[in-house]
Write a protein that binds this ligand. Structure first.
Ligand code: KIV
Length: 274
């Protein structure tokens, strides 16, 4: 007997078809419980390697491993039903060769059952993107600020601030699109450049700190919820959960210490002997 879900999950071609159409809504998630919430409103859920910063407290995404991405990718697949789940390829899992990238991406797809992978880099990754796409692996590109390159970039600065520095980023965008990526994240670039790229390439651009001129937007969930101690300046906070969570924990601790903590009689109807 075959088991079929009645809810159809979005696919990479569905997202590709959103060029010049309804804006793409994308958020990160790393857990089943947040995935279930995000899934109701988003077209794409990104299991970003930002989990290294957010969940594990690393300074950068460099220490994140393939096993960490697969574990959280699987959790997000279990928690969601309709969004396309894209899992980030972590630093060191794809840069050495297109074959290395293929083996890592196959592990991600088989072990999480997600619908696509994302990798950082433009022209330099074009051959790899084509290799994966030609072999049945949908790839989302990521250009502009590429946080995995922090050790060569030196800092997380916005890219392409002066018009004279646009060309390499425009070349990256074209290369990723021509290689067969189904969409591309453009991170921390100025509005005129984001607009120009979005108008030039035929796949959807998904901006983060790259203005409303893109075909969609992505944010790190914890940043927009006010849960990250250090969110980038461009992030608009849609909630301020940090103080709410702290107040709840404080209330619990106060109840325990003052012995006001509700006993099991609330549930079992037992009376304390006395
Ligand atoms: O890892 C991540 O969350 C990302 C987004 C910031 C685009 O790559």
């Amino acid at each position: 007997m075959s088991v079929q879900s009645t809810i159809k999950r979005k696919t990479a071609p569905d997202i590709r078809a959103r060029k010049n159409a309804e804006p793409i809504v994308m958020l990160t998630s790393y857990h089943a419980h947040t995935a279930a919430l995000v899934d109701r409103y988003c077209d794409v859920i990104l299991v970003g390697d930002s989990l290294g910063n957010v969940m594990h407290g690393f300074e950068t995404t460099v220490p994140v491993t393939l096993d960490m991405m697969i574990l959280q990718g699987h959790a997000v697949m279990r928690g969601s039903q309709q969004a396309l789940v894209v899992v980030d390829m972590p630093f060191g899992s794809y840069e050495a060769s297109k074959e290395q990238a293929f083996h890592s991406a196959v592990r991600i797809l088989k072990e999480t059952l997600c619908g696509a992978v994302k990798l950082e880099g433009g022209e330099r990754m074009a051959e790899t993107i084509a290799f994966l796409s030609d072999r049945g692996i949908p790839v989302m590109g990521h250009i502009g600020l590429t946080p995995q390159s922090i050790n060569t970039l030196g800092s997380f600065r916005a890219q392409g601030r002066e018009e004279g520095s646009w060309e390499p980023i425009e070349n990256d965008a074209r290369a990723v699109a021509q290689a067969g990526a189904f969409s591309v994240v453009v991170e921390a670039i100025a509005e005129p450049l984001a607009r120009k790229i979005t108008e030039t390439i035929d796949i959807p651009t998904i901006g983060i700190g790259a203005s409303a001129a893109c075909d969609g937007q992505v944010l790190v969930l914890e940043d927009m919820l006010g849960l990250s101690p250090r969110a980038p300046k461009f992030v608009r906070r849609y909630g301020n959960l940090g103080p709410m969570i702290e107040a709840a924990i404080e209330g619990y601790a106060t109840d325990v210490r003052s012995r006001a903590f509700p006993g099991p009689e609330h549930v079992y109807g037992m009376k304390a002997k006395g």
